[in-house]
Design a protein around this ligand. Structure first.
Ligand SMILES: [Mg+2]
Ligand SMILES: [Zn+2]
Length: 185
């Protein structure tokens, strides 16, 4: 049977968007700062869904971190969440950027990261959700047919890349998890 998933963006959804707030890219574990209620929200979602991280991490293409360092940052994030009783079932990230490494199929708003998840788990996209803070997240989620939720943390949809309308707009991941779980009742 195909699985239901909640796809989460990382920066501006689970943790503070370092780039939005400081103008610099996140390259060190010391810059990881969890947003209010994020781990509790993931914990709630864990009971009903696979929780899968889908992140653009162009710091690799930009030469700011190695692929190994980028993976290490995500493993640190996973471990810190585990300490708080929350689980990311998988992490898929795009290390590319068109200006530095050419085009790829995985950088959101493309759907490659979602297809990687489908290959690994078999995803029922129609019963799955995407939570993101950028219109590029929403656009990617729409391409695979997820219900899309924009949060007002991080960029709060103000990346202005696209005129894309999410299915729902909520304050943060905590509220997103509540509305996802309520929709199951
Ligand atoms: Mg983001
Ligand atoms: Zn990519």
């Amino acid at each position: 049977m195909k699985k239901k998933a909640v796809f989460l963006d990382r920066d501006g959804v689970i943790i503070k968007d370092w780039h939005h707030d400081t103008g610099n890219h996140l390259t060190k574990t010391s810059q990881i700062e969890f947003l209010q209620g994020a781990s509790q929200a993931i914990q709630k979602l864990n009971k009903h869904f696979l929780v899968i991280l889908v992140a653009n991490q162009s710091t690799v293409a930009r030469g700011l971190v190695s692929l190994e360092q980028a993976q290490k940052l995500n493993r640190f994030l996973q471990t810190e969440l585990e300490k708080k009783g929350a689980r990311l079932d998988a992490v898929f990230f795009c290390p590319h950027h068109p200006d530095f490494s050419g085009n790829c199929d995985c950088r959101k708003p493309k759907k490659g990261l979602f297809l990687q998840a489908d290959k690994a788990f078999g995803i029922d996209f129609k019963k799955s959700f995407l939570v993101g803070d950028k219109t590029s997240d929403i656009a990617a989620g729409k391409k695979v047919g997820c219900v899309t939720i924009l949060v007002q943390t991080g960029y709060g949809g103000k990346d202005a890349l696209k005129k894309i309308k999410p299915d729902f707009v909520v304050a943060d991941l905590s509220k997103a998890a509540d509305s996802i779980i309520n929709s199951l009742k």
